[in-house]
Design a binder for this molecule. Structure first.
Ligand SMILES: [Zn+2]
Length: 82
């Protein structure tokens, strides 16, 4: 069973804990990766902990994108903010 990468605008298959493709997983901060990893329960409906971890990740992506847009450059050394 596979799902799509949850990174906005990405259509790749999610290979890391059912959330992101390898590229976008690598772009996430360790803290967010850990909470997504810990809350990953394959084959069951997402619980409140999982939903909160996913919301935190999405908020982080949006914040970083806004920062990058303001600065006019990528904040993460060329990592993709597609
Ligand atoms: Zn992706």
């Amino acid at each position: 069973m596979s799902s799509d990468c949850k990174w906005p605008g990405c259509g790749n298959v999610a290979s890391r804990f059912g959330w992101a493709c390898a590229t976008h997983w690598a772009a996430l901060p360790v803290k967010i990766r850990l909470s997504l990893g810990h809350s990953h329960r394959p084959g069951v409906e997402p619980d409140a902990y999982r939903l909160r971890a996913e919301a935190t990740a999405r908020d982080w992506i949006i914040r970083e994108r806004n920062k990058a847009a303001k600065a006019g450059k990528s904040p993460s050394g060329g990592k993709p903010f597609v």
